[in-house]
Design a protein around this ligand. Structure first.
Ligand code: PLP
Length: 391
């Protein structure tokens, strides 16, 4: 947030919330990915943040895309991304979306159940199918295993059905869960995937793709670092899928690429001083030790802060250069008329005035992508910056 652009925006007499997107941060993430996971081709998970300029940046870097729906496939194709750089990684696809994928020759896709195989046979019989395995997701903030993934013991039957339908199964995928906080989840999953590969081999399939999903941390505050995960992962990949195996390894990182690139600035649109028991203070009170404030800002849980409900996010409000002032117990509320729209129940802030700004770092993952316009509040606009030396 030290970039002058934020001050420029603030000086323009506007009060709408906005994102500052540090494009250089995305480039740095990719450089780190290439150096730490050189064997793994990233297919960015569009669902995490579908900002058009982010997608264009990633596409310019030659990254592939994980799409969950027709709209996501369309958005990516519109950027000129070849269909071969897309994995349709939704094991339960809407029929019309699947037909669209067939028409646009997007053929790599995941599945984890028998009815899906019949659907694919009917609507996209030449698809390159990747069987999504159920692996341990208990070491992740957002668990996905209760909804997706075929247990290992069901793999032979699914492969047999695919064989009977003359479908082309090309590999195995898994997702350890989003916001994984234990690197060993990846190595255990790779081991299970190897067993599934062996099942395939014994049934005459020639699997040549391993898709290791998402779950990589995107914020410097994450409990486990990307460095730790890549070290553990590389060891497991080299053991179970050595280079000589010829297996192509892809991944579906979402938050890794975008979380730390987005800072969100919100405006204090209203303020209320309250007593210790949260009743409204009467008249103008002088500052005293237990003074408390409620701040109403113009983005909330129905907007970018939906990440508090859906992504188990923890956010930290910051003020512009006022960290050394006296701090007061404060709460932060979103702009909608819903009482549930609370961004932070308790935090310490200097005393702010209506019209002041506060900002939140690491707001790029599962924020704007799932935001609504509830109560007529629009999603924040984004402004893109890059340091001159990175450019
Ligand atoms: N792939 C699939 C199928 C997903 O469902 C998700 C997230 O839910 C991702 C990739 C991205 O996960 P992450 O943002 O944790 O990397």
């Amino acid at each position: 947030m030290s970039n002058p652009t934020i001050y420029y925006q603030l000086s323009k007499d506007k009060d709408d919330p906005f994102y500052i997107v540090n494009v250089g941060n995305i480039l740095k993430k990719h450089k780190t990915w290439l150096s730490l996971l050189p064997r793994v081709e990233p297919f960015y998970a569009v669902k995490c943040n579908d900002d058009r300029n982010v997608l264009a940046t990633l596409s310019a870097l030659g990254i592939g895309f994980d799409c969950a729906s027709m709209a996501e496939i369309k958005a990516v194709l519109k950027l000129g991304v070849p269909p071969s750089k897309i994995v349709y990684a939704n094991p339960c696809k809407q029929a019309s979306h699947l037909k669209f994928a067939a028409k646009r020759e997007v053929s790599m896709m995941t599945f984890d159940n028998e009815p899906e195989l019949h659907k694919v046979k009917q609507l996209h019989p030449t698809a390159k199918l990747i069987l999504r395995l159920l692996t341990d997701d208990s070491k992740s903030l957002c668990r996905l295993g209760q909804k997706y993934g075929a247990p290992l013991k069901t793999v032979p039957n699914l492969l047999q059905v695919a064989r009977n339908l003359d479908l082309n199964v090309v590999g195995i995928s898994f997702h350890v869960g989003s916001g994984c906080y234990d690197a060993s989840a990846f190595s255990s999953a790779v081991e299970i995937a190897k067993t599934a590969f062996d099942y395939g081999k014994s049934m005459g399939f020639q699997f040549d793709i391993l898709d290791i999903g998402g779950g990589f941390p995107g914020s410097p505050r994450a409990t486990v670092s990307f460095e730790e995960i890549s070290a553990t992962l590389n060891k497991a990949l080299n053991k179970h899928f050595p280079v000589e195996s010829g297996v192509r390894i892809i991944a579906e990182p979402g938050r890794y690429y975008v979380a730390s690139a987005f800072n969100l600035a919100v405006n204090v649109i209203a303020k209320r001083q309250v007593n210790d028991d949260n009743t409204q203070a009467q008249g103008k009170q002088h500052a005293y030790r237990n003074q408390k404030y409620m701040y109403y800002v113009n983005d909330g849980v129905y907007g970018s802060f939906n990440c508090l409900l859906y992504d188990h996010a923890i956010v930290y409000p910051k003020t512009l250069g006022r960290d050394n002032e006296q701090q007061y117990s404060s709460s932060i509320w979103g702009p909608t008329c819903d009482g549930l729209d609370c961004v932070m129940k308790e935090c310490m802030l200097p005393e702010l005035d209506v019209g002041d700004w506060m900002y939140f770092e690491d707001m790029g993952a599962y924020t704007a992508a799932a935001a609504s316009n509830f109560n007529g509040f629009q999603k924040p606009l984004a402004y893109y910056v890059i340091e001159e030396k990175v450019w």
